[in-house]
Design a protein around this ligand. Structure first.
Ligand SMILES: *Cc1c(COP(=O)(O)O)cnc(C)c1O
Length: 388
């Protein structure tokens, strides 16, 4: 073989994710894994049964339609109407994807030209950087700073250049738990309209909001024709392994995203699509229930971390709480996370991996609270060993 690197230059630096390293460490040491955000209990029994029924009845065992099964597209449209008063045509304005991850990838590959700039909140969800890179575009961070992690809208304005094509926005935001306010949504939408930008919104935590209110940016004036709204069943229904996601957008944007999507997976998760259609139609009590249940777990972990000496940034949404380890006498989140399983049998993730800007987030560490209460209680007991 020639000396040329096998991995192409676009993917340079996107090696193994931190989750692989930290989850391996958890397995090796038997530590409680609060690094990766997946629930340790499955979603509603009746939805699991719906998937079994679909399999048995032979629904979705062969390639489903490219845009998704009609039952799920109808259910997504009904969900957008029920929760946000938004109307989408299930025939042309809804696209089912292999999780939100594929929707993000397809949107980047479809909508970007090499050299385009994409502004995204930093710290980033880790697939954003790789997808923007695969599209040959350039990511431009808008740093969310502790303690509030509110976006600085003057800074956003300053980051927009003639090369800016797209805003890639995540609210509720992983890992900080920030939820955009009405004023922020208005200001961001006004900037998008003024500069004629496309907007891709990652809303996978739309139902996991404990403070403030989630409103899709696509609902705002001038946004309907420029926004690709992305969500997924994984977080809302605690079935992260099913990988059923969706896009709602104008027919023109859906057609563009579908063009890329059809050559990635073409289709996926046939029987699960029928089950998720049923999940989206669950009564309001389900959606309130999961939120309140998770709020209690957030408080359990956040209080425990504070008692152990962490600075805690209590999240308004998502599965995650970001902390700062400086009060524990620590200066480096990486070193802290590598040592933590040995010190007290818990795994967390250093937020520095979610930042581009050198030096930012160095002392931040993220914990997930989407685990059973007894697991969180045990983790809190163990973390108390750190208390100064
Ligand atoms: C978990 C997560 C995703 C991935 O969603 P899937 O439906 O599992 O692909 C996307 N964005 C954010 C911010 C996430 O936390």
């Amino acid at each position: 073989m020639s000396g040329r690197p096998l991995l192409n230059r676009r993917l340079e630096g996107h090696g193994t994710t931190i989750f692989a390293e930290m989850s391996a460490l958890a397995v090796e040491t038997g530590a409680i894994n609060l690094g990766q955000g997946f629930p340790d209990t499955d979603g509603p029994e009746e939805i699991r049964e719906a998937a079994v029924r679909a399999l048995r009845d032979g629904r979705g065992n062969q390639y489903p339609p490219g845009p998704g099964v009609p039952e799920l597209r109808n259910a997504v449209a009904a969900h957008q109407r029920r929760f946000y008063g938004l109307d989408f045509d299930p025939g042309t304005e809804v696209l089912v994807t292999a999780g939100a991850t594929e929707a993000i990838a397809a949107a980047m590959l479809a909508l970007l030209e090499p050299g385009d700039e994409v502004i995204a909140f930093e710290p980033f969800y880790d697939s954003y950087a790789a997808c923007v890179a695969m599209a040959g575009a350039r990511r431009v961070p808008l740093t969310l700073r502790a303690p509030s992690f509110r976006p600085d809208l003057d800074e956003l304005r300053a980051r927009i250049t003639p090369r800016t094509r797209l805003l890639l926005l995540n609210t509720p935001h992983n890992p900080t738990g920030m939820v955009l306010t009405a004023e922020e949504r208005d200001a961001i939408a006004a900037l998008a309209v003024e500069h004629d930008l496309l907007v891709v919104t990652d809303e996978v935590y739309e139902h996991l909001v404990f403070g403030g209110e989630h409103v899709p940016l696509i609902a705002l004036p001038g946004m309907r024709e420029r926004t690709v709204s992305i969500s997924s069943a994984g977080k809302t229904f605690s079935f992260t392994g099913w990988k059923v996601g969706w896009v709602t957008a104008s027919a023109a944007l859906v057609a563009a995203v579908r063009t890329a999507k059809q050559y990635l997976t073409y289709v996926s998760a046939g029987p699960f699509q029928y089950a998720v259609a049923e999940a989206l139609a669950l009564p309001d009590a389900y959606f309130t229930g999961i939120r309140e249940d998770l709020r209690a777990r957030r408080d359990l972990l956040a209080d425990g971390l504070a008692d152990s000496g962490f600075e805690v940034y209590r999240p308004q949404g998502t599965y995650f709480v970001t902390t700062d380890v400086t009060p524990l006498g620590e200066r480096d989140g990486f070193a802290f996370c590598r040592a933590l399983p040995g010190r007290c049998g818990v795994v967390a993730v250093p937020n520095a991996v979610f930042y581009d800007t050198p030096g930012t987030g160095r002392t931040q560490v993220r914990f997930t609270f989407c685990k059973r209460e007894e697991v969180l209680r045990e983790a809190v007991t163990r973390l108390k060993r750190l208390a100064p």
